[in-house]
Design a protein around this ligand. Structure first.
Ligand code: AMP
Ligand code: MG
Length: 338
């Protein structure tokens, strides 16, 4: 058991967390996507502590975070030209690239794979922490495995209190959903997990962007997933969520006739809730706002003890695809199209 300390996102807080990381401990780290659970990516026993703290399956690989291009040296090999183009366009930022790894990255970090996901975050505190630690940091989302990703330090505390020595509190995450994950296949980019960097933006780098089946469909548990994280249920609150793919009028019509009085509705905006007797929680009018608020709203559903939830379907375009991908998993793929 640890006494989990909240640290400020200042020089002293970063120095304290970096010292723990250098000693092979784990630290809660803010990034622009979601909060991460960081450890020295090159230290197998440090990385094992991440899996234990999260209760994460060991074949689910971690993303390695770097602060500058120099840190890439010796971590990956055979970097394709397309990867340099993507790095130039989107780093620092919410894009993870899957590349062949060298022996410096332990198999514990890569979940047994011979590739590794690499990302250069844009959040200033994250970058300062990586620099101060002096090593690349492996960091999955800082939630307990199966619960929604944390977008506030309080979310991390609620899942990790007693399990890790410290969390750096840097406020709410600017993006709110995990990074876009891509792999390279010749001249094509395969989108493994949608995020803030959209398929359209990637198409400007390579005309050939393949959207992996796992983005919008369930992946069988025994299947060899291109992106292992996609086969796990993920992000799920205790409530049973159903996505209603419909316009405002049809959504209201469905909920007035089908939803029970104690069901909860996840709407874009409070104005949609007028005339409905159920409790409504708004999760955002734009794709960006929905991305920022989704995980917080999923946690709120647990706090209010929601049992059955009907959710408006996000747009599936731009960042909306990332919101849809996460909500779909939270809803265990229950969708009603009207
Ligand atoms: P998280 O750290 O919780 O955001 O999850 C990271 C996710 O990135 C994993 O669950 C995988 O889906 C994906 N990922 C990380 N490394 C690899 C890799 N080497 N190959 C394919 N997907 C990866
Ligand atoms: Mg995660």
């Amino acid at each position: 058991m640890y006494e989990t300390k909240m640290l400020a996102a200042d020089e002293a807080g970063i120095a304290e967390a970096a010292a723990l990381l250098r000693r092979g401990e784990v630290a809660g780290m803010p990034t622009e996507t979601v909060y991460g659970l960081a450890a020295d990516a090159l230290n197998s026993s440090a990385v094992e502590k991440i899996f234990i703290a999260k209760g994460r399956p060991q074949d689910n690989p971690l993303i390695v975070h770097i602060a500058d291009f120099g840190m890439l040296d010796g971590l990956v090999r055979d970097i394709p030209e397309l990867a340099y183009k993507c790095a130039e366009a989107f780093w620092p930022g919410p894009l993870t690239m899957i590349l062949p790894k060298t022996d410096r990255i332990p198999l514990t970090t890569s979940g047994g794979l011979d590739t590794v996901g690499i990302r250069m975050p844009s959040n200033k505190t994250a970058r300062a922490l990586i620099k101060a630690a002096g090593v690349p940091l492996a960091a999955p989302s800082a939630n307990l495995s199966g619960s929604p990703s944390p977008t506030k330090a309080a979310h991390v505390f609620s899942d990790m209190n007693g399990r890790i020595p410290c969390i750096i509190d840097d406020g709410s995450c600017a993006v709110g959903v995990e990074s876009t994950v891509i792999a390279f296949e010749g001249s094509a980019i395969r989108l493994l997990r949608p995020g803030f960097v959209s398929a359209d933006e990637l198409r400007e780098i390579s005309g050939e962007v393949i959207i992996d089946k796992g983005v919008t469909e369930a992946v069988a548990n025994d299947a060899k997933a291109a992106s292992p994280g996609m086969k796990y249920k993920h992000y799920a609150p205790k409530a049973e969520i159903t996505i209603i793919d419909a316009g405002t009028a049809a959504f209201i019509g469905y909920c007035s006739s089908k939803a029970a009085a104690d069901d909860v509705l996840m709407v874009f905006d409070e104005s949609e809730a007028q005339g409905l007797r159920q409790r409504c929680i708004a999760y955002g009018k734009t794709d960006e706002e929905q991305a920022r608020r989704l995980f917080d709203v999923l946690r709120q559903l647990d706090e209010i003890g929601a049992k059955k939830v009907y959710a408006r379907c996000p747009s599936k375009d731009g960042v909306g695809l990332a919101v849809y991908n996460r909500l779909l998993r939270a809803a265990a793929f229950r969708v009603i199209k009207l």
